[in-house]
Design a protein around this ligand. Structure first.
Ligand code: SD4
Length: 334
């Protein structure tokens, strides 16, 4: 059986479908090399949405899109926009904490079921970075736009330029300036970068990620969130993953791509997230006690997983009418 057909046959319908646990080796079609696919026992109903941290309003919006018949791409974009517009969230969109010079700079990306992707880095003055990333993906010949070019492109597409530094974020920055101590803080907020993955009624997967990055970072710093494969990766035949935490450590291990490749090799989303974290913490020089990284993942069968270095990372999951925050298991139990 061709791999693509095998996976298609095991994809779940909106009614939900149980799949037996089978190890299948199969030759691929002429676009891929041979591979091994494990179909885990799963009973998932579609659609479903997962997101990093505690973002129930965002997952609710995404589910609303999916239940109205929208696709996963629309769902993740609309879901992320909720947090970008939420001024109380100080790590995403408007109200994001600035860099050390007081500039709010945003990173975002989006990826669809075809493997198309778009991203923006170091974007200023535009709240909905995820929507600019989608425009880059759909309406330009490029994958990534940065800085002033990204901003000018957004404005040319009708996005409104505005000051993203709210009074609360300005005050936090001024307080920080008293000591000007740069230290990534573990679990800065009750939520952080929002990364969202969705499977729609057709069983197709998309993902998005948006952030103001690390608070008080150096001017010009870009994290993992807009880097395809690091902050986010989607393979519609296998699954998807998204990262949060100290972007530098995610980039060094190409974390989200790693999670998806581990799922391709047969690992469950949970095991794949755990292995990706172990690649970070088991480096001989790892300073993991001083930073957080968390992953969430979903596979084509609708199984999900999440794992982090430290406690208090969580995933919000909306499925079967239940929109809930799930505490993630974590590595550092010492
Ligand atoms: C970054 N990964 O810019 C993002 C920020 C984040 O928890 O997720 N912080 O490195």
């Amino acid at each position: 059986m061709k791999r693509r057909n095998f996976i298609k046959n095991t994809a779940l319908s909106s009614a939900g479908l149980a799949i037996g646990s089978t190890l299948v080796s199969c030759a691929d079609d002429n676009t891929k090399t041979s591979n091994t696919v494990v179909a885990n026992t799963a009973k998932a109903s579609l659609p479903l949405v997962i997101a990093t941290w505690h973002v129930e309003a965002a997952t609710a919006k995404a589910m609303e899109v999916l239940q109205a018949g929208g696709n996963a791409l629309d769902a993740v974009e609309q879901g992320c926009r909720v947090e970008e517009a939420n001024e109380k969230g100080q790590s995403v969109g408007k109200g994001g904490l600035p860099d050390r010079d007081g500039n709010v700079t945003l990173d975002a990306c989006i990826m669809d079921k075809h493997g198309n992707c778009g991203s923006v880095v170091y974007l200023q003055n535009i709240t909905h970075a995820v929507s600019v990333a989608r425009k880059v993906m759909e309406d330009t010949p490029h994958v990534m736009l940065a800085g002033e070019g990204a901003k000018q492109y957004a404005i040319s597409q009708g996005f409104q330029a505005e000051d993203l530094l709210t009074e609360a974020s300005k005050k936090a920055w001024e307080d920080w300036k008293v000591k000007s101590e740069y230290k990534p803080i573990i679990n800065i907020e009750n939520h952080d970068t929002i990364g969202m993955l969705a499977i729609d009624n057709n069983g197709d997967i998309s993902g998005a990620c948006t952030t103001s990055g690390l608070a008080y970072k150096m001017g010009g710093r870009v994290g993992d969130s807009p880097i395809i494969g690091s902050g986010l990766f989607v393979d519609n035949e296998i699954g998807a993953a998204v990262a949060t935490g100290l972007g530098e450590e995610v980039v060094k291990t190409v974390g989200s791509f790693l999670v998806v490749e581990l799922m391709r090799q047969g690992k469950s989303p949970q095991d794949a997230c755990e292995e990706a974290i172990s690649r970070i913490v088991n480096k001989p020089t790892s300073d993991y006690k001083n930073f957080q990284v968390g992953y969430i993942a979903v596979n084509k069968q609708g199984e999900t997983g999440s794992y982090s270095i430290h406690q208090w990372f969580s995933m919000t999951k909306f499925q079967d009418g239940i929109n809930e925050q799930i505490q993630s298991d974590y590595f550092n139990k010492a």
